[in-house]
Structure formats: C-alpha cells, structure tokens
Design a protein around this ligand. Sequence first.
Ligand SMILES: [Zn+2]
Length: 60
Amino acid sequence: MPQHTLPRPICGHCDGFPTVTITTGTRTPDGHRETISANCPACHGTGHTVPARAHTRIGA
Ligand SMILES: [Zn+2]
C-alpha cells in the first residue's frame, strides 16, 4: 500500500499545539468563564510549518 501522507514537520512555534484557549477572567451571564481562542500566528492553527514558496523568483 503506497502511503501518500507525507510527514509534515511540526510547527516549531507552537510545538504542535496551534490553538490555545485563554481564559479572560470574566464570566458570561451564564456563569461560565469566558474564553477566547487564539491560533498560532506561525502556522495559522494547522500545527505544522507552512511550506515555503520555494519557487519564488526574484527579478525574473
Ligand atoms: Zn504553530
């Protein structure tokens, strides 16, 4: 069985945990703690490094 799933490198910025939930400290009217989610700015929430554009040409 050929495997087409290439091992993608784990994002070094978030170490594979691209989304974090932050507790704001305030509570919603329901009594739950209000949280916000933030995605890793480096991998945009994918957990893997974004493939660089290797074919970018300068001055061509
Ligand atoms: Zn990341």
